[in-house]
Design a protein around this ligand. Structure first.
Ligand code: CO
Length: 457
């Protein structure tokens, strides 16, 4: 059967390669053309795009979504959603998660891809329920990692849980790009055998093996893969859409995308990429292959974070020590997948351990994690470290959001002077400082300016 393609250049492509800086005009100009290519979906929203829109581009993320929807008549639009964290960094109450799903679908999203850093299924439940309630298609993404607990059985069990939860499809989200071709064959063969869910693979080219892994996966029954238009492919991004489309030609698996349409989009994408290369936002290093990540099992973005933290401390000579410390900390923390926010947390703790002595200083987020505030660790955490850091404190064993009261109405009241619609309230709930500044700017009327002027005379 023909492999389906999800085009990621308008979300993960620029998020992975140039810090999510593509503007709404750039995104819309390409989405309009790509609508005719025959994709299963265009991934265009969520992830870091929401924050980046307001913080760096002074643009309204909700407006971006409506503009994309207006030009995409045929193709499904997809977003990335961090479970109970939505697009932010803390756990939100169920009614905020519900409202965010509702508004995303109302403004144009068809498919919500939901994941949880710890693969704690309890943190996904509300998002699945709400997506289905408002008529959306819900995909659960499983954060892929390797460890003694992350066996084929672990993934198969997860897939069965996902099916029970009522999701429409399952994605293996290999954020670090460490899934090897042979492991992909085993994994997708087992998943195909044990679930009826449509299966998708999302990976990154960082380690140089992604195209081989995709090939192995689709041959083993993976239905959908994520690729990125060629000027934005490779390196820390996804494999090239055009190349993948060509590679499967003449086989039953051929995706049959319209090559003329892809071709029409290339010069626009080329121009966009050149702009970010020449203004320094796109570091040419991000475009090259870095097989070190296969050794350290650390996502590319995390490696550059570690480097900048060490540079800031004038301690680049400890880089190798930190790289060795990362897997140790991860093991002690019960093998969390290294994806946001766990990648930053484990990385920061590894730096602290190397520079200050092991667990002499403990990051606040790691303390919260050990208190159960993020959900359940995949494997038991190290008992000595737990005792040392948590002591006699109570550890949360329920779903963290069960401890939260409904908060949307309270937020609406809190922001009533700045927010003009529920979408604004959600922007403020997720990124209070950034959204306050952005919305104040956006809604500054002439009247306010006159009043301010009067105040000064
Ligand atoms: Co990705």
């Amino acid at each position: 059967m023909a492999v389906k393609i999800v085009e990621t250049s308008l979300r993960d492509g620029h998020q992975s390669l140039f810090a999510t800086r593509m503007t709404t005009d750039e995104v819309v100009s390409m989405a309009k053309i790509l609508d005719d290519a025959g994709y299963y979906a265009l991934e265009v929203w969520g992830g870091a795009t929401f924050d980046a829109c307001m913080r760096f581009l002074n643009e309204d993320p909700w407006e971006r979504l409506r503009k994309i929807r207006a030009v995409c008549k045929k193709t499904k639009l997809q977003m990335l959603f961090r479970g109970q964290n939505i697009l932010g960094y803390r756990h939100y109450s169920d009614d905020v998660v519900d409202m965010f799903c509702k508004k995303s679908i109302e403004n144009g999203i068809d498919i919500i891809r939901v994941f949880d850093a710890l693969n704690d299924i309890r943190n996904l439940r509300q998002a699945v329920k709400s997506t289905k309630k408002y008529g959306g298609e819900c995909q659960i993404a499983l954060s892929y990692t390797t460890s003694p607990v992350h066996t084929i059985d672990y993934y198969v069990n997860f897939a069965k849980e996902v099916e029970k939860l009522g999701a429409d499809s399952l994605c293996i989200k290999d954020m670090a790009g460490v899934l090897l071709p042979e492991d992909a064959t085993k994994l997708f063969t087992a998943l195909k055998k044990n679930t009826k869910l449509q299966l998708e693979l999302h990976s990154h080219c960082t380690g140089g093996i992604c195209e081989m892994t995709y090939m192995a996966a689709v041959k083993a029954g993976c239905d959908i893969v994520d690729t990125s238009l060629s000027p934005l492919s490779g390196g820390t991004g996804q494999p090239s859409t055009q190349a993948f489309n060509s590679a499967l030609k003449g086989t039953d698996l051929a995706p049959n995308l319209n090559e003329d349409v892809l071709h029409e989009c290339e010069p626009i994408m080329d121009k966009v990429v050149s702009k970010y290369l020449s203004n320094g936002t796109l570091n040419p290093k991000a475009l090259t292959t870095n097989p070190n990540i296969l050794t350290y099992q650390v996502p590319g973005g995390m490696l550059s974070n570690l480097m900048s933290q060490l540079k800031g401390q004038n301690a680049m000579d400890r880089y190798d020590d930190v790289l060795k410390e990362v897997p140790r900390v991860r093991k002690e923390m019960g093998y969390p997948p290294l994806v946001t926010p766990l990648s930053q947390m484990v990385g920061t703790q590894a730096v602290l351990n190397v520079l200050m002595g092991r667990y002499k200083m403990v990051a606040k987020e790691i303390k919260d994690y050990l208190h159960g505030k993020y959900g359940q660790a995949p494997a038991p955490v190290d008992e000595d470290i737990l005792k040392q850091i948590v002591g006699d404190d109570e550890i949360i064993t329920c779903r963290p959001a069960d401890l939260l009261q409904p908060e949307f109405e309270g937020l609406k009241e809190k922001y009533k002077d700045i927010a003009k619609c529920d979408e604004d309230v959600l922007s403020l709930a997720l990124f209070e400082n950034v959204a306050t500044e952005f919305l104040k700017n956006k809604y500054t009327t002439e009247k306010d300016e006159i009043e301010e002027f009067n105040l000064f005379i």
